[in-house]
Design a protein around this ligand. Structure first.
Ligand SMILES: *Cc1c(COP(=O)(O)O)cnc(C)c1O
Length: 435
């Protein structure tokens, strides 16, 4: 469920008309719905009711300070993958002491920052990292809380670039080496074994890989409870969302056309499948959802620049590019595209929806059929709240887009669009080039 819908013929985010936001803040612009994030959070908590649950929002999905603050207000802690994210959570007023610090390549400076900030736990991905963590904790005279990330070697059935739980991926320690890694970690004087962690991939649309991974890891978890008195089990993130999000009805055909078939994973089915496995442990359960919390809570608003009719195909050229939303180019991702102003009398148009960037890969959708739109009209790319702005760049010297947060009838700019000056602010022409 999300809060983007037509009121009359105009697409709204909650109670706010998206055309008004485009006029106020320009395009391209990301617009987020606070109520949608809150609903997603509540649904997940209910789906796992009965467990001692902590939700650590994976802030790499969308790390705008306002989004982090909203999550903190809802009651999430955070999954951090860099020192920068840690500082963002601090700046947003989030609870770093309940948050976890993940990532395969934590630098000394980042570990030190995490130790000084008192993060709840470090999610360690290698034996050399244990060694570094122990040394830095010793230098500060503290004991670093740790969990080791276990790679259960299951196939998440998701895109190759977002699967992380196979033995050929760079993430975590293979299950068969896990007990030895914990035994080694226990010998370090400045480490304290606090939990166990796994994360098998992103945008999972079925519950089976989660169940398979938990079942594979359970014997180890029980052994760690006995031998090291760990207090939590983190299942990572990865709950997928429905990208063709039924604003219009009748997308069942889309689902039937998917190679995997079947229906999307829901918090209810996730909870129902996992609760019986997890409850008997009596451990604190951490979840690290990113996409699930914010993905369907955001749209990218864009304006049509040209409708270029070709001999072979039509091109709808919009003012957003792959630099603003890279998911289609990077992951072959599907985003539903809808007009902001609906007009039932319009004929259908089939076109490639492309951006202005000088790359053939700057294409959001091929052969997409939508009501005919022309120059100056607005479109919304749905389900763009996760890994949208967070992965945006200034390629082609295009300004990073604006971001707006809506709550009910209120809306506010939460990140101003780049200016030319802000884009070049860090650059210098050295004296030796000036002659
Ligand atoms: C990216 C990541 C997440 C969040 O993944 P989503 O698919 O957005 O839920 C959670 N945990 C870890 C360790 C991650 O790397």
């Amino acid at each position: 469920m999300h809060h983007f819908r037509y009121v009359g013929q105009r697409l709204h985010c909650e109670e706010v008309d998206l055309a008004t936001l485009a006029r106020l803040h320009g395009t391209p612009a990301y617009v987020y719905s606070a109520a949608t994030m809150a609903d997603n959070f509540t649904r997940l908590v209910r789906g796992l009711a009965g467990l001692d649950l902590r939700i650590c929002y994976a802030c790499k999905a969308n790390s705008n300070l306002a989004v982090l603050r909203h999550c903190a207000n809802l009651g999430t802690a955070f999954d951090l993958v860099s020192g920068g994210e840690l500082r963002r959570v601090q700046a947003a007023g989030g609870n770093v002491g309940a948050s976890v610090f993940a990532g395969v390549g934590k630098s000394e400076a980042e570990i030190q920052l995490g130790l000084e900030a008192g993060v709840y736990s470090f999610h360690v991905e290698s034996e050399p990292e244990l060694d570094r963590l122990n040394r830095l904790a010793g230098r500060l005279g503290v004991r670093a809380p740790v969990a080791i990330r276990i790679n259960p070697d299951v196939d998440a059935h998701t895109h190759a670039k977002i699967t992380t739980g196979r033995s050929e991926n760079k993430f975590g320690i293979p299950l068969q080496f896990a007990a030895a890694a914990y035994a080694a970690a226990a010998r370090y004087p400045h480490l304290r074994l606090r939990g166990v962690q796994m994360h098998i991939g992103s945008q999972l649309t079925r519950v089976e890989p989660f169940v398979e991974a938990v079942q594979k890891v359970l014997p180890l978890v029980r052994q760690l409870q006995r031998d090291h008195a760990i207090e939590y089990f983190s299942l990572g993130g990865g709950i997928g969302i429905v990208y063709p999000d039924a604003l219009a009805s009748g997308n069942a055909a889309w689902w039937d056309a998917q190679p995997e078939g079947g229906r999307p994973l829901t918090p209810e089915s996730y909870g129902a499948a996992l609760r019986p496995l997890l409850a008997p442990l009596g451990l604190k359960i951490l979840l690290e959802p990113g996409r699930y919390l914010v993905g369907n809570a955001g749209v990218l608003l864009t304006r049509v620049e040209y409708l270029k009719r070709g001999a072979e195909r039509n091109f709808l050229i919009v003012d957003a590019g792959m630099n603003d939303l890279v998911r289609p180019a990077m992951y072959d991702a599907y985003h539903e595209v809808v007009p902001v102003q609906r007009d039932p009398a319009r004929p259908a148009l089939t076109a490639d929806i492309v951006g202005p960037v000088c790359e053939s890969g700057d294409c959001f959708a091929r052969d997409r059929t939508l009501p005919e739109v022309g120059e100056g009209e607005l479109l919304a790319f749905l389900s763009a709240g996760a890994y949208g702005y967070a992965m945006a760049s200034r390629y082609n010297t295009r300004p990073l887009p604006a971001e707006v947060l809506v709550a009910g009838a209120r809306s506010e700019l939460i990140h101003a669009r780049d200016t030319f000056e802000s884009m070049i602010a860090g650059e210098r022409i050295p004296g030796f080039l000036k002659g």
